[in-house]
Design a binder for this molecule. Structure first.
Ligand SMILES: [Cu+2]
Length: 284
């Protein structure tokens, strides 16, 4: 092997190491001259091909509140919704509940997952937050932007991460942040517009999903036994135990009821969520 070729291999090995955060890519780039720590909880998890999926429906029974948002104190905001706008706190269509944050709460042990480099964006658009509920990994780039020709004031009421409270006028630059610690969930409000609310779930792993059209999916889940939580801002949280075998596809549905709204906390602020957990039996 020529010196040049050997240098090339070394460079390739260095790039591989960098992109995988030096996590367990033994056997690749063969004999590059570096030694990697064997094992250890600091290794980034790499898919083995045995990962499974947890999917499910999130249903709602009863009557959802039919509240309209009153935007009359801001001419720009009202002009964006000439026909009025339904409150985005409870979004139900045909018995399907949206904006439920479903995530693995327990069971991953000490596994460490790569931090995505992709940026997660919270937009202030038409004087509502888009999305209303979102998830982000710890240390993943996160930014707040405004698409509106009015002043917003984003008040991120984090308790485990650093809170921030910043004004954003029309055309203002994005506000970029990261959340170093897990927090489920951070509530966000706008000091200018009382109806603007949003929730951010921060997790060390990528196994979270926000229900849309009444369904959620957790992909690439390593085989194991998990506690998963489904959280809704008005209807509290429900938990379920799910065992994922090799290459399994498991179904775990969650059912919320209008009646439980009165039992649950009102407007969570800097919240520690209600201890109201309901175990749902296995569904296969
Ligand atoms: Cu606002």
């Amino acid at each position: 092997m020529t010196t040049f070729r050997r240098l090339g291999l070394l460079a390739a090995a260095a790039i591989l190491c960098f992109s995988a955060a030096c996590g367990g890519n033994k056997g690749e780039g063969g004999g590059g001259g570096t030694t990697e720590p064997a094992g250890g909880s600091g290794d980034v998890y790499k898919n083995t091909g045995d990962e499974g999926t947890i999917i499910g429906k999130v249903t709602f029974t009863g009557t959802a509140p039919a509240k309209k948002i009153d935007m009359s104190n801001d001419a720009f905001c009202s002009s964006q919704h000439p026909g009025g706008l339904a409150d985005d706190a409870v979004v139900v269509n045909d018995g399907k509940l949206d904006n439920v944050f479903v995530y693995i709460k327990d069971g991953l042990g000490n596994k460490v997952f790569a931090t995505p480099t992709s940026e997660v964006t919270l937009d202030q658009h038409g004087c509502i937050y888009k999305p209303h509920v979102m998830g982000v990994q710890t240390k993943q780039p996160f930014k707040v932007i405004t698409s509106d020709a009015t002043n917003h004031n984003i008040n991120v009421l984090a308790t485990k991460n650093e809170p921030f409270n910043v004004s954003q006028g029309p055309g203002a630059a994005p506000i970029s942040k990261t959340f170093p610690r897990e927090e489920t969930l951070i509530s966000v409000k706008c000091n200018q517009h009382s109806w603007m609310k949003s929730y951010i779930g921060v997790l060390k792993h990528p196994f979270f999903s926000v229900s849309q059209n009444g369904t959620y999916t957790l992909k690439d889940v390593p085989p194991g036994e998990y506690t998963i939580v489904a959280w809704h801002e008005k209807y509290g949280e429900k938990t379920a135990k799910v065992t994922v075998g090799k290459k399994d596809s498991k179904t775990q549905d969650f059912a919320f009821e209008a009646a439980s709204a009165s039992n649950v906390m009102t407007a969570p602020s800097g919240m520690k969520l209600a201890e109201m957990t309901i175990d749902i039996p296995h569904q296969h």
